[in-house]
Design a protein around this ligand. Structure first.
Ligand code: SF4
Ligand code: SF4
Length: 404
């Protein structure tokens, strides 16, 4: 990308500012997209050095890309920030989840050590309590088969490829498994290429462009030759990254053309009329991740999918257009801002009006992005609220008795 040309697109009108979550928190011009663009322009021409203040203002950006949605000049702010990160000192990236790390986390949780550690109060003085609270139960992660055919009684409509990711492959496993089973039930064979890897979003957002490109290349090679209708994934943040591979890799266009959020794919296909979807007599609140709204432009897909569940009342979360702060590494690296943003989202959940609740308090918060799910679930635990956070596909797969 030509950074200078992209920066020149910005006419400094400020129409994006009021939609920026960090400006809403701080009322500081340096915390607006326009302010950040001015800082990046000064940085890129050597007028400024990347001192701690400049770095802080840039790293406070959640990457929600709400600014892009409101920019009349079509500024690609996400691309600008990715380039700007290469000009900053690197943050330490999240460690990759090796099988050994996962094994240790399971032992930590299942041996009772986690309960003892939390009860001891030791984590607080070490500054680790908030981070540890983000850790959800580590599920079993059996190896995937390369291919899951449809049953002999089901009409085969074709094949779909499932992107499993890295962290999602562990912590979004229930949604991935629900997706696989639901696709099979709807007549789609599911291919899970074993050579796939991390989507590279964390590396890119951390300024590690070479590593991000290498991961993109690995996934192109793993998926490109497959004869599939779509390549689907359950975590919209990763899906958003997959959908933009062609910006770095010109040969990625056909791959990108097949990338779909799982709800987008499921909401867009014909369903057999005789599927036994059990009614669900409850109200759920629906959270819309920024990546689903501002990058994939599929904000309504989960709602359309959930409408297939008889009797279910779906209430979109008020202020859905505001980032919850669960933006990948952001919730750890910028924990203070992330918590403030989460407070707004959880307050909005508390403030769903009685009429919208239809006399029934939502006991489930539905979201399509793992980062948001972990961040919001940790916030609900801290508040002592017993609201479950789940994926829309999990909800519908349960009503079909495909999962427990
Ligand atoms: S990406 Fe989001 S947080 Fe960053 S400048 Fe744009 S609106 Fe603000
Ligand atoms: S990014 Fe777009 S909306 Fe924001 S100041 Fe620049 S031109 Fe205006």
């Amino acid at each position: 990308m030509n950074l200078s040309a992209e920066l020149d697109r910005c006419v400094m009108c400020g129409m994006c500012s009021q939609h920026c979550p960090t400006y809403q928190l701080t009322a500081d011009e340096n915390e607006t997209p326009r302010g950040r663009i001015a800082l990046i322009a000064a940085l890129s021409t050597g007028q400024f050095t990347a001192d701690a203040t400049v770095q802080t203002h840039l790293e406070h950006c959640t990457g929600c890309r709400a600014c892009e949605a409101y920019c009349p000049s079509g500024v690609h702010f996400g691309n600008i920030m990715n380039e700007a990160k290469t000009l900053l000192p690197k943050q330490s990236a999240l460690p990759t989840l090796s099988s050994q790390t996962i094994r240790w986390l399971r032992i930590y949780q299942r041996s009772g050590l986690q309960k003892i550690t939390r009860a001891s109060g030791l984590l607080k003085p070490l500054g680790l309590a908030q981070k540890e609270n983000l850790l959800p139960p580590v599920p079993d992660t059996p190896d995937w088969q390369d291919y899951y055919p449809v049953s002999s009684e089901t009409n085969h409509c074709g094949d779909v490829a499932l992107f499993t990711g890295c962290i999602a492959n562990v912590f979004d496993r229930e949604a991935l498994d629900a997706s696989r089973r639901l696709l099979n039930a709807l007549g789609y064979g599911v291919q899970v290429p074993p050579a796939q890897g991390c989507c590279g979003a964390m590396a890119l957002h951390n300024g590690q462009t070479d590593e991000a490109a290498a991961l993109a290349q690995q996934n192109l090679q793993a998926f490109t030759k497959l004869d599939v209708h779509a390549i689907v994934h359950t975590t919209s943040g990763c899906t958003a990254r997959l959908s933009e591979y062609s910006q770095q890799l010109p040969d990625g266009k056909s791959f990108v053309g097949k990338i779909k959020d799982i709800s987008q794919f499921l909401a867009g296909i014909e369903w057999p009329t005789d599927l036994p979807i059990a009614p669900l007599h409850k109200t759920v609140a629906l959270h819309t991740p920024c990546s689903l709204q501002n990058v994939l432009h599929q904000a309504d897909a989960p709602h359309r999918l959930l409408q297939r569940i008889p009797e279910l009342k779906v209430v979109p979360l008020p202020q859905n257009i505001r980032c919850c702060g669960g933006a990948g590494q952001y919730m750890l690296a910028q924990a203070d801002f992330a918590r403030q943003l989460r407070t707004h989202t959880l307050d909005a959940l508390d403030n769903i009006s009685p009429a919208e609740k239809s006399q029934q308090k939502p006991d489930t918060l539905v979201t399509s992005n793992l980062g948001c799910a972990l961040h919001l679930a940790a916030g609900l635990r801290e508040r002592g609220q017993t609201i479950t956070v789940t994926h829309p596909v999990v909800l519908i797969a349960r009503q079909l008795k495909l999962i427990e």
